[in-house]
Design a protein around this ligand. Structure first.
Ligand SMILES: *[C@@H]1O[C@H](CO)[C@@H](O)[C@H](O)[C@H]1NC(C)=O
Length: 478
């Protein structure tokens, strides 16, 4: 009774000390976590409606400037099996202005597809073969944002190829700070459509950067239905739609002789469409009909807005594609507050997440910059390049891409190392392929749209796997 309050409870003292020390250690470790750019807070616990999976997912922001006014949003899906032994693959969609999260991850080659309130597994997800990094770029696309205030409209128009390439490079540098275990990993860049500009331009900057400090272990790039040289790409459209029966002989004649598509687009972006081009285009539009999907001439319409990937490369505004699928699953899903919370995403400067940002003020004439020559310099640097085409796409048809690849091979003096032949997926022909100098390849994906992994997921995965492994596409049926 006369003892000091503590004397009979020596244990209590120890417990207090232990608790204090433990708390201190906890705060110190939190401090380390918070002050380092670790991926700790970017880990996705679970996406709403997601089935159980055995791979990790991360998403969040990487700021591009010290004032943190510009930030790019990413979604990173680790490989399903042995992520530590699999390469890192960056995926970019085009537009400009379309989201790699909404189009690439959720409609093409990601692990899930939104369906009502739930996510369904995609059996042919590219994370079977690689660690997939989806980037919403440039700033202003999807959850990526800029809060920089611009005094006049001229400044906002300054987002173009150059800034996008630079921002994408800075993004990757800083992303490696969050994920240092991926720094030395084999790196591939893949994407489609207007990413035919983004990817070569980014790869070129990486090669340049590596001369000072070897950071990017770039092992190859793959470009799907890419814009590489605007006139060749666009003028292959006339023959494609004519040979598929979408326009008459006489209209084909007008579309090649009186006003071709590159001339029309060029006039359109300069704000003056000549009477002759206007007449030809309205005839073409009338015959092709707005009820045919230009991104896959054999597909029925209403595959949701994912197929309206590009306003730039398909700018017929008089007959805007009608979005008959009002309840676009992806748009609904990504606009749910619980989904945005799970993704660590915020809406900054917009009230809604959209598949393609139609207000993005992109430097549209950058479309005319030829990137096929940059592809040439990448090949010359020893980096393998694959150009592949969903063969039902009339927006960037296979014929233009094939011509450009062939022309480049000739210019570089690359011999044909694998002559034009079919390749197989299972027991069926997956498409055709040709290889030059064992480094530059062209392949088609049979029956595929502009978004090849969307309409031919199985064949696309076979192509992707061969590309990563640097192996020829299957030559005989399995
Ligand atoms: C397209 O039209 C432009 C302008 O009239 C012309 O210079 C170009 O050669 C044409 N290209 C093709 C492939 O017909």
């Amino acid at each position: 009774m006369n003892s000091s309050p503590f004397s009979c409870k020596p244990m209590a003292k120890i417990v207090v000390v232990v608790v204090v020390v433990t708390l201190l250690q906890f705060f110190i470790s939190m401090e380390i976590v918070m002050s380092s750019p670790s991926s700790f807070f970017d880990r996705i616990i679970q996406l709403p409606g997601q089935p159980p999976v055995n791979f990790q997912q991360y998403s969040g922001y990487v700021t591009l400037d010290e004032k943190k006014q510009r930030a790019l949003f990413y979604y990173f899906v680790e490989a399903e099996f042995n992520p530590a032994s699999k390469p890192l693959v960056l995926w970019l969609n085009g537009g400009p202005g379309c989201s790699s999260l909404g189009v690439g991850a959720f409609s093409e080659n990601g692990p899930f597809r939104p369906n009502g309130n739930v996510l369904l597994r995609n059996e042919y997800s590219w994370n079977k073969e690689a660690n997939m990094l989806y980037l919403e770029t440039p700033v202003g696309v999807g959850f990526s944002y800029t809060t920089e205030t611009t005094s006049d409209d001229d400044d906002t128009a300054s987002i173009g190829d150059k800034i996008t390439a630079r921002d994408n490079l800075v993004f990757l540098q800083r992303w490696f700070l969050k994920f240092p275990q991926y720094r030395q990993r084999d790196l591939f860049i893949t994407g489609e459509s207007y990413a035919g500009h983004y990817i070569p331009q980014l790869a070129e900057l990486m090669i340049e950067f590596n001369k000072k400090e070897k950071l990017f272990n770039l092992k190859g790039i793959a470009l799907g239905n890419p814009v590489l040289e605007f006139a060749t790409d666009f003028n292959s459209r006339a023959e494609f739609i004519w040979s598929h029966g979408l326009i008459s002989d006489s209209t084909f004649n007008l579309f090649t002789k009186a006003c071709n598509y590159s001339r029309y687009v060029s006039e359109y972006y300069r704000g003056f469409v000549s009477p002759v081009c206007s007449r030809v285009m309205s005839q073409v539009t009338k015959e092709t009909s707005k009820f045919v999907d230009k991104y896959d001439v054999t597909l029925d319409v209403c595959i949701s807005s994912v197929l309206s990937q590009s306003k730039v490369i398909s700018p017929h505004s008089p007959t805007k594609k009608i979005d008959v699928c009002l309840d676009d699953e992806t748009t609904n899903y990504l606009n749910r507050k619980d989904v945005q919370f799970a993704f660590h995403a915020r809406l900054v400067g917009v009230d809604k997440w959209t598949v393609c940002n139609n207000i993005l003020d992109y430097e549209l004439l950058d479309l005319e910059i030829p990137t096929i020559s940059i592809v040439g310099s990448i090949v010359k640097a020893g980096i393998p390049v694959l150009v592949y085409s969903g063969d039902q796409d009339s927006v960037i048809p296979l014929t233009g891409s094939r011509t450009l690849v062939h022309g480049l091979a000739k210019e570089l003096g690359l011999d044909v190392t694998a002559p034009y032949r079919v390749w197989f997926e299972g027991q069926q022909v997956g498409g055709w392929t040709q290889v030059y100098g064992d480094i530059l390849s062209f392949a088609t994906i049979r029956g595929a749209s502009h978004e090849a992994p969307f309409s031919q997921p199985e064949r696309s995965l076979v192509l992707f796997k061969s590309f990563l492994e640097g192996r020829p596409l299957p030559e005989v049926f399995a």
